[in-house]
Ligand binder design. Sequence first.
Ligand code: CDP
Length: 584
Amino acid sequence: TVGFGRQSIPANVRLSTTAKRVLEKRYLKKDDSGRVIETPEDMFHRVAKVMASAEHKYAPGTDTSRIEEEFYQAMSRLEFLPNSPTLLNAGRQAGQLSACFVLPVEDSIESIFDAVKQTALIHKSGGGTGFSFSDLRPAGDKVGELTEVAGGPVSVINIFAAAADYVRQGGVRRGCNAAILDVTHPDILNFISCKGDPNALTNFYISVVVTRDFMTKVRSGEDYDIINPHTGEVVRRLNAACVFDCIVDQAWKTGDPGLVFIDRINDDNPTPSIAPIRHVSGCGEQTLLPYESCNLGSISLPRMLKRDGERVVVDYEKLGRTVKMAIRFLDNVIDVNKFPTPEIEKATLRNRKIGLGVMGFADMLVLMGIPYNSEEAIFQADQIMDFIKETSHRASSKLAEIRGSFPAYEGSMYDVPGGRPMRNATCTSIAPTGTLSIIAGVSSGIEPSFAMVFVRNILDGENLLEINPYFEEMARREGFHSRELFEKLVSSNHLHDMECIPDWLKRLLVTAHRIRPEWHIRIQAAFQKYTDNAVSKTVNFPHEATREDMANVFNMAYDQGLKGITVYRDGSRAAQPLCTSESG
Ligand code: CDP
């Protein structure tokens, strides 16, 4: 371990300039002329009040001021934040509080266009959507009378993309969508390359759904069946290794598609008697049944540390308290939520899924003096998420003693001899925290830092310069703080080439592109082991990585028990949310 105990734990919790700008542009209330009429503190009070009001359902007339204060403190100290729609919509007319939705798309014009309409409503309310297009008949198939032919999944995805592009979330940002397709679908090759043009489907992530059987055949080089979902017929056979190569080739060129390991997802399906899981949410962190929605929340790990003599360690007592508070908060969200449609309300209330996760993992490691690409980082990931899962399940179980188990508990994975009651069918999920991490001023989700100095492009084209606060502090302490250095670093991310920076610091502040993909997978796997839903993460490759490197990492993701994998090779797509000259 390098640099142990050299960093001070930040005591003050002040919103950064970027955080303030994001809140002003998107989250704070405005009057009719567009003037901001709410402070960030007002916003946290607004949210805390609504979440505390849910308690009246279980204890009518009770005084909720203590719990409201607890919720307020956790948010205003930036220790815990609920997902964007909760911050945005709580206590306002829209009132839709969830980030993740999945919608079924069946093989009929009615179903397709019903889903398009529901997508528009969900996006308008601030949520993102995931779809499986596997039930659609392939392009060129007959429809009704002989003269009509079906457009197939890829043309249908384009319809959803146009609808989602038209509707801006909260009038500001474009919503995320995920499209997945079974590897056995006749249109699979067309789907794999549907984002080949960099301007195509920019509001969609795409992933191929693969089974254990498929992965076994990739390794043995066997053929597998391609099945028309409309007729159930085997229409031809393809070589599994060849299809896998096509997936790798496209992912290497453009970052899409990723893979979804559906059998692994169903190992953790809490309610297999209702249905197998076939869908993932917009950014992949939620594995849901048709019409289910999920509200997320994230704990900021740098706020969960304490000093132990010379060392900085995780304050498990504080983390435990925060997890308990967060589970209660997220369960309350379900009760005060205004769902976009009756089907979504019904499906969500049946399982009461919530997704508590973390953000700022990379920053936490820096404060503890641990490089991201180290065995010690894997150990910490394992310890922390094990603790969060165990504590959150205990908290959900305790809530169930008072509020009752989720309605579909009977026949669920918890309904076994000696099993405990559960308020929520799932408790944990690791979200990307794209915006939350900006508000909290920490590294996003469990991703490594992207750069120490960079220009951040926020919400429709506003650019702000950001310097990693820990880097800045260490630069001052170690005596190499200079304007010139920061200017150099913003135009070239080559921290490792700077002679003035000591080696131990270069090792500690290692950035995403210099971390071997295998470490990304191992960190993701450590978190996945204790996450009920899935883990959102992008495995970064340097520009010079080969297709074989990528194939190896896809295989490793499968072997290590990930539920899905998303990759990005540096410089392979024109637009990236974060820019340094190294990434183009
Ligand atoms: O940080 P924030 O709460 O805004 O969101 P996130 O953790 O980056 O993403 C969580 C979920 O919000 C995603 O899975 C999407 O379903 C949804 N989302 C979206 O619809 N549109 C975006 N631009 C970002 C997120």
